[in-house]
Ligand binder design. Structure first.
Ligand SMILES: [Zn+2]
Length: 192
């Protein structure tokens, strides 16, 4: 579901604020919320509040409640989303895991993602010559591992209490390929 399109006439401006409820509202939250609010309201649009509570270790409903209350107290109210819409719960990311799992399974079935077993230090070591403006460009070390190699490497990560990172094959082809990948997953393009 694209929140920005829901119940909005074509061309209508919809702002979105999506805080992580891992503690009290901080100045960064207020600044971002204010910008989104001003942008939407100055153009006669509306504001959506989405709660990014995907990390169960850090995010609590209590923090989300507090955060929403603080935004209201500041006058940075929203028109759609958590706490105000009839389907309020669907604006909490933690309630949408099944949707993401569904599309993740599709990517796996179509062979469009692969497990990466590289540690952070290995990624840095492999990419040292290619570092630019602080970004790391993945060398594709794990992209073409055989099933046997993947099975052999998996226990290493399990022992270290780390799951393998899943990488999208299309990312190394650039944004045009990513767009095609999304279109394929959504059923607009055939994948061979
Ligand atoms: Zn890797």
């Amino acid at each position: 579901m694209l929140l920005e399109k829901q119940n909005s006439p074509a061309g209508a401006v919809v702002g979105r604020f999506a805080p992580t409820p891992s503690g009290f509202l901080h100045l960064g939250n207020v600044f971002c919320s204010l910008l989104a609010w001003l942008y939407a309201k100055s153009r006669g649009g509306k504001l959506v509040l989405r709660i990014e509570d995907l990390d169960p270790q850090r995010c609590t409903r209590q923090s989300a409640d507090q955060l929403a209350g603080d935004l209201e107290w500041l006058g940075l109210t929203w028109d759609e989303g958590a706490y105000v819409s009839a389907d309020s719960e669907s604006y909490f990311q933690s309630q949408r895991s099944a949707i993401y799992a569904h599309y993740f399974a599709q990517l796996q079935e179509q062979g469009l993602i692969y497990p990466c077993f590289c540690s952070r230090s290995e990624l840095h070591a492999a990419e040292a010559p290619h570092l630019s403006d602080g970004r790391i460009i993945y060398a594709g070390t794990c992209r073409h591992l055989t099933q046997e190699r993947r099975r052999a490497k998996a226990p290493t990560r399990a022992t270290a209490s780390m799951m393998a990172t899943m990488r999208a094959k299309a990312l190394s082809w650039g944004w045009k390929a990513v767009t095609l990948l999304c279109a394929a997953v959504m059923g607009f393009l055939p994948i061979n």
